[in-house]
Design a protein around this ligand. Sequence first.
Ligand SMILES: C[S@@+](CC[C@H](N)C(=O)[O-])C[C@H]1O[C@@H](n2cnc3c(N)ncnc32)[C@H](O)[C@@H]1O
Length: 224
Amino acid sequence: MAAANTGNLDVHSGHQVYTPRLLRWYDLIVHGVSNRWFWSCPTQLLEAWFDEHATNNHLDIGVGTGFFPDRCSVFSPDARIGLLDANPNCLAAAAKRLKRFQPETFEANLAEPFTQLKEPFTSVSLMYVLHCLPGDVAFRARVIQHASSVLAADGKLFGATILGQPQPTSWLGRQVMDSYNRKGIFGNQHDSLSALREVLEVSLADVEIEQVGSVAMFAGRKNC
Ligand SMILES: C[S@@+](CC[C@H](N)C(=O)[O-])C[C@H]1O[C@@H](n2cnc3c(N)ncnc32)[C@H](O)[C@@H]1O
């Protein structure tokens, strides 16, 4: 695997797009319309994947509006919930939505090692984050290393990402994906199932991946 090089990568466009105004429409656009009609993966399957893997000591990375942790049915009222994102608008929106858990918030970019987090989590989610990132397999592997560094021994990292290869079967899906890639909102032109497995297996054991439409749902245990 080639060495990751973030020197000339734009690691900001993928998060700067989330203004408070866009976040008001985010759930409808992404989870109400795009999942089914562009990416051919019903949102209920993603919610079920989240519920299957989340624990009561959980860090959500790339929080958006806090959609998945808010709808998670396995968190008890005293669950420890962490929220990590590079965009303060997303952190504020998700923290407000999840205030019943008094979440810990961390403003950090996945491109860099996390320095603020001290207490490990037993589960970490990366829902719809990898496809927002630029870069190659080596950079994605580094991101997964950063995310899994905050896992407790035997903790689980899981998530979902939209693959660019093969292209979406729907014509509209292909147009939308091309447009998002041109704008730097997505960076997934070269993301395939085999590349994702390669990325995950650098830091994780027992890797499982399920593909539905253009979406790959993944999980693995920290490789101690
Ligand atoms: C497509 S949204 C996903 C939101 C949520 N997980 C969901 O599935 O509804 C991507 C999220 O990842 C965050 N993000 C994108 N690039 C990031 C980076 N380099 N470091 C940290 N967070 C990033 C964005 O700010 C945004 O909150």
